[in-house]
Design a protein around this ligand. Structure first.
Ligand SMILES: Cc1cc2nc3c(=O)[nH]c(=O)nc-3n(C[C@H](O)[C@H](O)[C@H](O)COP(=O)(O)O)c2cc1C
Length: 193
């Protein structure tokens, strides 16, 4: 499964998502690519959604999306860093899909992740340099907040979180370099092609 959250077709994010889909297809895998700008899934957790979920009913569109995710063994999440966080569409998708009872459950000892059969790789593009954020301790914070506290919280194993700095300034050569870097982050997977 590929989840991408960039509005522009020309973005590195979508370029990378397309390349990942190609690689997966070469392996003969079934690929589900959820481009969150295609707008066929609401990314706003509504009052009605919240009431339904609290009373134990999962809205039909959320349930359908959860079924898609349930099928996935490997999830690639590709997104630009916006205001040091996920783009709103990705945050909203997470709010609606990774629900209590599907993605995690609460017990006396705290929360338990339920999606333990899934591996995740995050790809974060950004305008700043890694150094600027590293100096403020924020790269580790992004790994924790966007990776561990979301996908890790749901029991998924995070096998990589990669950052693509100053991507807006990158020329063709640099984009190609980053694309290879991204694909190389799946060595044991793509080595089988
Ligand atoms: C609304 C908005 C907020 C942004 N916030 C940040 C930010 O907090 N940090 C950063 O490094 N870049 C920020 N950027 C720059 C984007 O991360 C950058 O344009 C994006 O990674 C380009 O992605 P692409 O190569 O996939 O096109 C922001 C861009 C937009 C449009």
């Amino acid at each position: 499964m590929i989840i991408s959250a960039h509005p522009s077709d020309k973005s590195f994010s979508n370029y990378l998502a397309k390349a990942l889909r190609q690689q997966y297809e070469l392996l003969g895998w079934k690929v589900i690519w959820r481009n969150l700008y295609e707008k066929d899934f609401s990314v706003v957790l509504s009052p009605a959604d919240l009431e339904a979920l609290k009373s134990g009913t999962v809205p039909a569109d959320i349930e359908a999306e959860q079924k898609l995710m349930q099928e996935a063994d490997l999830i690639s999440v590709v997104y630009p860093l916006w205001w040091a966080s996920f783009p709103a569409v990705l945050k909203g998708y997470i709010d609606r899909v990774l629900t209590n009872g599907f993605a995690f459950k609460y017990g006396r000892g705290g929360a338990t992740g339920l999606l333990t059969d899934k591996r995740v790789i995050l790809h974060t593009t950004m305008g700043n340099t890694v150094e600027e954020y590293d100096d403020k301790g924020l790269i580790e914070a992004f790994r924790t907040i966007q990776g561990q506290e979301v996908f890790g919280f749901c029991g998924m194993q995070i096998i990589g979180h990669h950052f693509y700095p100053q991507i807006t300034l990158a020329d063709e050569k640099q984009r190609e370099h980053y694309l290879q870097k991204a694909l190389n982050s799946y060595p044991e997977i793509f080595a089988r092609i």
